[in-house]
Design a protein. Structure first.
Length: 597
């Protein structure tokens, strides 16, 4: 973690550290009091401090584990999402796998939104991935249901050593992941110890009995999860309570149901002000979880009986001890069963769900859509994972490239026809290019504040250069070619049919080069980059041929030829400059060995 990240996290990290320190001191004090035979009545202040400290360690550990996993496997998981969602069933499996690995359904959803925006995935296909993401999140509950507290401090120590001793970034990321996992288990241990005195405190036990009302349990977990914005953390806390024998299996299942709905608040907040695709994905997530809870809420008893039969049993124990030993794993299994069963029910209706969501969030009229110009793929949620954030930048470069290519395709017909309205539209399109350029540069600057590997640092600089070259192409069209178009109208210069063919042929070659350069950067396609650089001789030959054509017409002393010659030669020079910037874009993708060849 670099200094910039540390400063940015101070508002969260410092309270977490304070709570954790207080929890540790509280545990020491409790041990001393127990050794002296202190009274069994709860010390509410000390218990609160310990509980908050344990929660802080637990949540921070989850954050670190998630960041380590995303750094290690995030880029590969994005590749899985892009290629293995050919049908709804593959989508479910891929969504579950990706989310289980990177431990973040929010990141999975953000990636899905990007694919929808790019036309790589339909809304119907994305629904399967979102369902799978819900299954993937249950892996956390399965992990925390294990009782390996004794190994927690060892994990933290080994992870810390890997983080500060290892030289490779990959090993450091594994260290962060292991240290985070150890903190998760240690935080659970601290919370369990903090709540231990409540085992014999009758008023608290009576309060816990109200959790047996499933509606109350769902509402409590819903609100709590919406506040901490992590269903995995909420479910982990439920398992901690179950491990102390405070709640029954049925109550734990109801709390897990509420956590599933509460986590939708995270997605709801994240899509405020975002494109329609993001809003639709969030609504799919909400509908899936709410409808699932409504279906299964009356059958909590059935689920409890089922998971009791399939989960490990401890018949040698009795009473609260047996409840504490068996319930954590049963709740984790119930959580997994709920999400798998929901998926098996709704997977057959992805097309219908997509239609409902599109009806709830309809497309806007084109005129209204063009009022607001903004980036499509740059999501703040991915900034902490540079590999994924940089991939989003590449998609945004392709989005920007679409506008630039449209400008190039329209500019020559507008100049030849003398179409003032078309020239003005092209000028306005460059305003769009400028906005997208500013958004990409700002996003890249924010990525640069993250902890970057050497490879990601080079990639970031290459993208900055590439997007600036693309913006320069847009500026040439606006500040030079559009102006030449207005000059042609003002001076009443006529372009002959033969010259039109020459200029249009040159324009087609230039547009091909720019499109290939955008593809090279957007898809990291070295072959496309080589296509651009290999066009140098072709472009030079076309330019020389066009210039020779203009010179022959000038010598022929045709009427009004000098203004026409000046205009057409300027157009040719601007096209050559556009190719120069396209070639510079392509070179940002090519290996150094090829550049030197």
């Amino acid at each position: 973690m670099n200094l910039e990240q540390l400063h940015r996290r101070q508002p969260v990290a410092l309270p977490l550290a304070g709570c954790a320190l207080a929890a540790a001191l509280g545990l020491l004090a409790r041990s001393a009091l127990a050794a002296e035979g202190a009274a069994a009545d709860p010390d509410w202040l000390m218990m609160t401090v310990e509980l908050l400290g344990g929660l802080a360690i637990f949540l921070y550990g989850m954050l670190q584990m998630e960041e380590g996993l995303k750094a290690v496997a995030g880029e590969r998981m994005k590749g899985f999402l892009a290629t293995l969602t050919v049908n709804r069933f593959m989508g479910v499996g891929t969504g579950a796998l990706v989310t289980a690995v990177i431990q973040s359904s929010s990141v999975t959803t953000v990636l899905v939104v990007g694919f929808i925006s790019a036309g790589l995935m339909s809304l119907s296909q994305s629904i399967g991935v979102i369902m799978g993401a819900n299954i993937g999140t249950t892996i956390t509950a399965q992990i925390v249901a294990f009782k390996i507290t004794k190994a927690a401090l060892g994990m933290i120590a080994v992870g810390f050593a890997m983080l500060f001793i290892a030289k490779s970034d990959k090993t450091k990321h594994y260290g962060v992941m292991l240290m985070g996992l150890g903190m998760v288990f240690f935080g659970m241990h601290v919370m369990s110890e903090a709540m231990a005195p409540l085992r014999t405190f009758e008023p608290f036990l009576d309060l816990m009995k109200t959790m047996d009302n499933p509606i109350v349990g769902v509402l409590i977990a819903l609100v709590f999860t919406a506040i901490i914005q992590s269903s995995s953390a909420s479910t982990g806390i439920v398992i901690v309570m179950a491990s102390q024998g405070f709640i029954s299996l049925e109550a734990g299942i109801a709390l897990a149901f509420g956590a599933n709905i509460g986590t939708c608040a995270t997605a709801g907040l994240a899509v405020i002000g975002k494109p329609r695709e993001a809003v639709r994905a969030a609504i799919v997530h909400l509908l899936f979880n709410v409808c699932g809870v409504l279906i299964w809420l009356p059958f909590i008893g059935f689920i409890a009986a089922l998971v009791t039969d399939i989960s490990p049993a401890y018949p040698d124990l009795t009473g609260t001890a047996r409840l504490a030993a068996e319930t954590p794993r049963q709740i984790a299994n119930a959580h997994t069963f709920f999400n798998i069963a929901n998926t098996l029910i709704f997977i057959w209706f992805t097309t219908q769900i997509a239609r409902i969501v599109e009806w709830l969030v309809p497309d806007k009229p084109l005129a209204e859509e063009m009022i607001i110009v903004r980036t499509k793929f740059l999501q703040d949620e991915l900034l902490s994972t540079p590999s994924l954030a940089l991939d989003q930048v590449r998609m945004e470069v392709m989005h920007m490239g679409e506008t630039v290519n449209t400008m190039l395709q329209r500019i020559m017909p507008a100049i030849i026809r003398g179409d003032r309205a078309a020239l003005e539209e092209i000028r306005q399109m460059d305003d769009t290019v400028d906005i997208l350029h500013a958004g990409i540069i700002d996003y890249l600057a924010r990525i640069s504040k993250q902890q970057l590997s050497a490879e990601h640092g080079r990639e970031l600089m290459q993208l900055m250069e590439a997007v600036s070259n693309l913006e320069n192409i847009g500026d040439i069209v606006e500040t030079n070619l559009v102006v030449l178009g207005h000059d042609r109208i003002r001076d009443k210069v006529e372009v002959s049919a033969t010259t039109q063919q020459v200029l249009n042929g040159f324009q087609e070659a230039i547009s091909k080069a720019v499109a290939a350069a955008v593809q090279a950067v957007g898809q990291r396609n070295e072959r496309a980059a080589q296509v651009v650089t290999s066009m140098k001789s072709e472009i030079t030959q076309i330019a020389e041929s066009a210039a020779a054509h203009e010179a022959r017409r000038l010598v022929a002393e045709e009427p009004n030829r000098l203004p026409a010659y000046t205009l057409e030669i300027e157009i040719i020079e601007m096209q050559k400059r556009i190719y120069y910037f396209a070639k510079r874009m392509a070179k940002t993708v090519m290996p150094v060995a090829l550049l030197r060849a």
